[in-house]
Design a protein around this ligand. Structure first.
Ligand SMILES: [Zn+2]
Length: 214
């Protein structure tokens, strides 16, 4: 890759991360970005009230002090005013690609290298972003999956799997975001999960509590 291509890749990365952070912010997440280019790019946070069973902000108490009204930040839920909020955090590894042209005009080939190749528990997620040229602006397609979901479409038990450049997940993606790779019945790996489960799945980041989103 020459210098110009390298720079373009960096710019696309920054652009898509900005778009992603806007999406997350709209959904009520505070977004924190890694200072250096680490495996985990974003740490995102929300406050959860276990009593109200929903996300709430901190209650700010107004008190009189020496004749003045002062603001007092608490760690309590602003709705019920008596329950300590829990911090819900998610760790995101973000990968962006513009893909490589194929012989079909509206299909590009993407390859993602997951840097974390094992189940890291319920709080660690990949966000894979496929970027296409739209008519007026870039189009970002987001595929959001937990690290444990990699085994749905890839064999993470291969001895070579942990070697970074050995294993890439290659996905032909149409400009509407549809992943065209099918997988095979013989191996049991099924790439259709990218369309049915991972595509735009920001809900996966929410906590697994009944009625969490109500
Ligand atoms: Zn509450």
């Amino acid at each position: 890759m020459n210098e110009l291509e390298e720079k373009k890749k960096q710019i696309i990365g920054i652009y898509s991360e900005m778009r992603l952070s806007m999406e997350l912010h709209e959904l009520g997440w505070q977004v924190h970005r890694a200072y250096f280019n680490e495996d985990i790019k974003f740490i995102i946070i929300k406050y959860w009230c276990p009593k109200c069973k929903k996300y709430n902000n901190q209650w700010i108490r107004h008190k009189k002090h020496n004749g003045k009204t002062i603001k007092c930040v608490t760690n309590l839920c602003k709705c019920c005013k008596k329950t300590e909020l829990q911090v819900i955090s998610r760790y995101l590894q973000v990968k962006t690609s513009e893909g490589i042209a194929t012989n079909k005009e509206n299909v590009r080939n993407f390859s993602f290298h997951p840097k974390i190749r094992y189940n890291m528990g319920k709080e660690v997620f990949y966000v894979w972003i496929a970027v296409f040229d739209g008519k007026y602006d870039k189009i970002c397609h987001y595929y959001i999956l937990n690290t444990k979901d990699v085994e749905k479409f890839d064999n993470i038990n291969l001895p070579t799997y942990q070697i970074t450049d050995n294993q890439k997940t290659e996905l032909p993606i149409r400009e509407d975001g549809t992943v065209l790779k099918k997988g095979s019945a013989a191996t049991g790996y099924d790439y259709s999960v990218f369309n049915t489960k991972f595509y735009y799945n920001f809900r996966a980041l929410e906590i697994e509590t009944k009625n969490a989103l109500t």
